[in-house]
Design a protein around this ligand. Structure first.
Ligand SMILES: Nc1nc2c(ncn2[C@@H]2O[C@H](COP(=O)(O)OP(=O)(O)O)[C@@H](O)[C@H]2O)c(=O)[nH]1
Ligand SMILES: [Mg+2]
Length: 294
């Protein structure tokens, strides 16, 4: 039996979380079309006859900005590279940006094998582009392997798992076979609410909010959840709530449905919107909301 930890890194929006979910076969990390959806390191566990791989999803590594939350995101992403056995550097097929170049500079300093995952190949209209692109990537760095995949279409994922196992050593499973993530239920439910918020809201609002579970009670098949949506300015309240509360209601319905599917039972979900002035640039507020880079 082999086992090991694999960091999944890359710039925002290349599909790191989609890849981890597809590999695990369950949603352990939320996904939206917006960059910087993932804000924490989140582990996703894959069990195969060969052994167990623990993938570490990370926030996207991006350009430095002065905001404390953005600093935290970069620290959390880069911290994900520590103590792993293999690194997966995820990029988008048909695209190579300055931000990818920055991530490359980081992974070049890693002592462990780095595999390049070329995601979103389903978006390529001209498949003859793929081979020259792989050759160009091979010139950039001595990658342990280069795997073109589609996380969305679950295409070629087994090849990635095979390449990883080939680089792991014998060891015991790190998690029991029925556990798919290191994160607890409260975290997963908060993330579900945040996903629905990020999917619906525009411009800066998705980045100005965080979700905290205030109450989580389970009575048999019934689960009662109270979640607080923290925003950083009073003016954002009306945007989140929407006209006649319609926005908040739609978010609550979408989140509740997903929670019910996940838990296999009825969920009563209450959402509250509260203001924590300037929390995204306040280290103490960040720590309070669980943004702890260690
Ligand atoms: N077409 C296509 N879209 C993808 C694929 N993987 C991810 N996406 C989309 O890319 C966006 C960002 O995905 P996400 O997993 O959140 O990226 P992350 O920021 O790197 O974690 C979402 O809209 C995904 O649906 C893929 O293989 N093909
Ligand atoms: Mg992500």
């Amino acid at each position: 039996m082999r086992s090991g930890m694999v960091a999944v890194v890359g710039r925002p929006n290349v599909g790191k979380s989609s890849l981890v979910n597809a590999l695990v076969g369950q949603k352990v990390s939320i996904v939206t079309p917006k960059p910087q959806t993932t804000r924490h390191r989140i582990q996703g566990v894959v069990n195969r006859p060969e052994g167990q791989v623990v993938f570490v999803d990370t926030p996207g590594i991006h350009r430095k900005t002065p905001f404390a939350l953005n600093r935290y995101l970069n620290e959390a992403a880069i911290g994900g590279l520590r103590g792993v056995d293999v690194v997966l550097f995820v990029v988008e097929a048909g695209r190579w940006t300055d931000e990818d170049e920055q991530v490359l500079e980081r992974v070049k300093t890693c002592a462990v094998p780095v595999g390049l995952v070329l995601n979103k190949v389903d978006k390529l209209t001209d498949k003859t582009q793929l081979l020259p692109e792989i050759e160009a990537h091979a010139k950039r760095h001595g990658f342990a392997f280069i795997a073109p995949v589609s996380a969305q279409k679950r295409d070629n994922l087994d090849a990635v798992v095979k390449e990883i196992f080939a680089r792991l050593t014998d060891g015991p499973a790190l998690y029991p076979e029925d556990q798919v993530t290191d994160r607890d239920l409260a975290f997963q439910l908060a993330e579900t609410v945040r996903e629905k918020l990020m999917q619906r809201l525009r411009q800066e609002v998705p980045y100005a909010l965080t979700v905290e579970i205030e109450k989580l009670e389970r009575e048999g098949k019934l689960t009662r959840v109270s979640a607080v949506i923290w925003i950083e300015r009073d003016s954002q309240k009306a945007i989140v709530i929407g006209a006649d509360g319609a926005g908040l209601k739609a978010i609550g319905t979408a989140a509740r449905r997903e929670m019910e599917y996940r838990l296999g039972g009825k969920v009563f979900l209450k959402l509250w919107v509260r203001v924590k002035e300037g929390w995204t640039d306040d280290p103490r507020a960040l720590a309070q909301f669980g943004y702890d880079p260690t």
